[in-house]
Design a protein around this ligand. Structure first.
Ligand SMILES: [Zn+2]
Length: 306
């Protein structure tokens, strides 16, 4: 089957989902990013939860001197949403066509993951090719090299692809925190977005998106947003076919890298010299515009370390 006849649907879901901020969730995410101890207490807003915490600590130490009180005040100050400078990231050495999934309110700056926070991910291995883990590792390495973002492998999950909006919090599965990025080997029967595996002229090999949430307790129209988690859905039967009879290992790795690039914020471009062309025609590495875009996505805003 001609590689050029294959496509994917990487951005059909992304913009719609990531532009659907949920205020309560967003504030809770801000708490996770800023102060995990508060996030575990409640889903209340930062301001509401920060002050009672300070009061409780102060009240518990009525006999202690002013030094302790000052320390408490400092802790509360850290909870205020202040922004660190842009992280080091990976400097772009090439330039070319690239596009972003979502732009911030300024209309220029792409929404990205916090480059100062590792991105946890889990993999559902059901039906994966034998080389599945290695393919994902190598494709992730391509993203890391191009962005400077860091990922943390949290092992296997049994979470299925989301057919509707993925729950950001899945307490039974992942505990009291935002769910990690899900990489899931699936098929057209389970994930209709992948289409039928009928060998037709256009096969969808995968798709990916990330959910953007408010980065702070500011939920105004111009509030800063950040990706909190996301999902990469890979068509296991199609990609197995590519490994066995189609374009081969490097091509499949390129498909996964393409989807991971969607995950971190890149959109499609028409230029056939870029891996973010929806057809992924013969390329096995990122092109000059891909690398420029990925560099930008790896140099987003940092939030205060927890
Ligand atoms: Zn795509």
């Amino acid at each position: 089957m001609d590689a050029a006849s294959r496509t994917d649907s990487g951005t059909r879901i992304g913009p719609r989902r990531s532009r659907t901020p949920r205020v309560a969730t967003a504030i809770a995410v801000a708490a996770v990013l800023l102060t995990p101890t508060l996030a575990a207490c409640s889903s209340a807003g930062l301001d509401e939860s920060a002050e009672p915490l300070g009061d409780e600590v102060a009240a518990a130490r009525p006999a202690e001197d002013e030094t302790d009180v000052e320390e408490v005040e400092l802790e509360v100050e850290v909870e205020e949403p202040t922004f660190a400078p842009v992280a080091g990231g990976v400097e772009a050495t090439t330039s070319g066509p690239h596009a972003f999934n979502d732009l911030s309110a300024d209309g220029v700056t792409p929404i990205s993951y916090d480059p100062c926070q590792p991105i946890p991910y889990v993999v559902r291995p059901d039906g994966a090719p034998a080389e599945g883990d290695q393919l994902i590792d190598e494709a992730l390495a391509m993203i890391v090299a191009a962005t400077g973002l860091t990922f943390v492998d949290e092992g296997a999950t049994d979470e299925a692809p989301s057919l509707d909006e993925r729950e950001l919090y899945q307490y039974d599965r992942y505990g009291d925190r935002v769910a990690p990025v899900l990489i899931v080997w699936s098929n057209g029967d389970e994930a209709p977005e992948l289409g039928s595996d009928d060998g037709g002229e256009s096969e969808t090999l995968g798709y990916a998106y990330s959910d953007a949430v408010y980065a702070t307790d500011d939920d105004s129209d111009t509030a800063p947003m950040v990706y909190a988690t996301g999902e990469v859905v890979l068509d296991a039967p199609d990609l197995q076919w590519e490994l066995d009879e189609g374009e081969g290992y490097e091509y499949v790795r390129a498909v996964i890298a393409h989807e991971l690039a969607h995950l971190v914020g890149l959109d499609h471009v028409e230029d056939t010299g870029e891996l973010m062309n929806p057809m992924i025609d013969g390329l096995v590495q990122f092109g000059p515009g891909d690398l420029q875009g990925l560099s930008t996505l790896g140099r987003g805003v940092c939030y205060p370390a927890a």
